[in-house]
Design a protein around this ligand. Structure first.
Ligand SMILES: NC(=O)c1ccc[n+]([C@@H]2O[C@H](COP(=O)([O-])OP(=O)(O)OC[C@H]3O[C@@H](n4cnc5c(N)ncnc54)[C@H](OP(=O)(O)O)[C@@H]3O)[C@@H](O)[C@H]2O)c1
Length: 277
């Protein structure tokens, strides 16, 4: 990345924002072109010392210096934060919201209702905290190709990025990647418990289950064949894995997963309605 980088202001410097600007700095982004705004001066002082980024407790000051604003406060305070910033938003500023469940329409209204407002909604996930996230992005029509590229390279600092063309698809993104880490944590938990039930001690079962999940994901990410083929390769006919897979299939594992993800997307729609203005 070069010194012609845009200045990015983060409104809210908590976990998710910290992982994004931490990732940007680690990737060589000019730290002086990152401003974090948050009510906690102590936390900001630590960020300034560790990352050399600029900090402020004044959201408007951060906005004034920014080409791109990342809204990274909790959904419950988003309306108040946006309404406060709205009169100070400069034309041409790209706004990226990482808040779960807040629609582009609500953000647009709260940010002053300007037709030309360039707004990107992003649904990140918690592995972003270790730069292994998967984010879904949606751009409103006023976002230029250059701004899309800018939004993508910011979120790419913490993992992979996929665009969706319809905002409605953000609910499906929530069901796949937003909530997805918890499904894998549940699987690790269940495998650990089953290993203990078969006689392993808890630490051994937990270590084996966790490292197997990590190894399987790493193998899949680095492989040139898809997960269906990888599964086929560990499933010898009449072997041990074949018995396990048959048990999963006979117990409707795919239906269980599909139902869980449908419940997730339905809840995401419900929460979005509650948070809408
Ligand atoms: N964590 C996730 O896995 C995840 C996944 C997807 C999306 N998100 C979204 O990411 C956003 C941030 O989540 P998070 O987990 O990073 O939360 P967080 O750690 O609580 O960070 C939010 C930060 O904003 C600060 N803040 C509160 N009011 C503010 C204001 N008026 N102006 C500026 N800053 C203010 C908070 O300070 P105080 O602590 O003093 O209130 C806190 O430091 C949320 O909208 C969430 O929906 C998170």
């Amino acid at each position: 990345m070069t010194d012609s980088q845009p200045t990015v202001a983060f409104i809210g410097a908590g976990n998710m924002a910290g992982s994004i600007f931490g990732g940007l700095v680690a990737n060589g982004y000019n730290a002086q072109r990152i401003i974090a705004s948050d009510p906690k001066p102590d936390a900001l002082a630590k960020l300034q010392a560790s990352l050399n980024i600029r900090t402020t407790t004044d959201n408007r000051e951060a906005l004034a210096a920014a080409d791109i604003v990342v809204l990274a406060v909790k959904p419950q305070v988003m309306k108040a934060v946006c309404c406060d910033l709205a009169p100070h938003l400069k034309p041409g500023t790209l706004v990226i919201s990482i808040a779960a469940g807040i629609s582009a329409a609500s953000l647009h209204t709260w940010l002053g209702g300007n037709q030309d407002l360039a707004l990107v909604r992003c649904m990140p996930n918690t592995p972003s905290l270790v730069q292994a996230g998967a984010s879904g992005l949606f751009a409103t029509p006023s976002v230029s190709d250059k701004q899309k590229q800018q939004a993508e390279s910011i979120m790419a600092a913490v993992g992979s990025v996929c665009w969706v063309n319809n905002e409605e698809d953000i609910h499906a993104v929530t069901a796949v990647s937003g909530s997805g880490p918890a499904y894998f944590f549940l699987m690790i938990e269940a495998m650990t418990d089953a290993g203990v039930a078969q006689g392993l001690n808890k630490d051994t079962a937990a270590r084996l289950a966790l490292d197997t999940a990590y190894g399987a994901a790493k193998l899949a990410v680095n492989s040139d064949v898809d997960v269906v083929e990888l599964r086929r390769r560990v499933t010898s006919p009449n072997g041990t894995t074949a018995e396990a897979i048959a048990s999963f299939e006979n117990n409707n594992y795919r239906v269980i997963v599909a139902n869980a993800m449908q419940a997730c997307a339905d809840r995401s729609r419900q929460l979005a309605e509650q948070l809408a203005d």
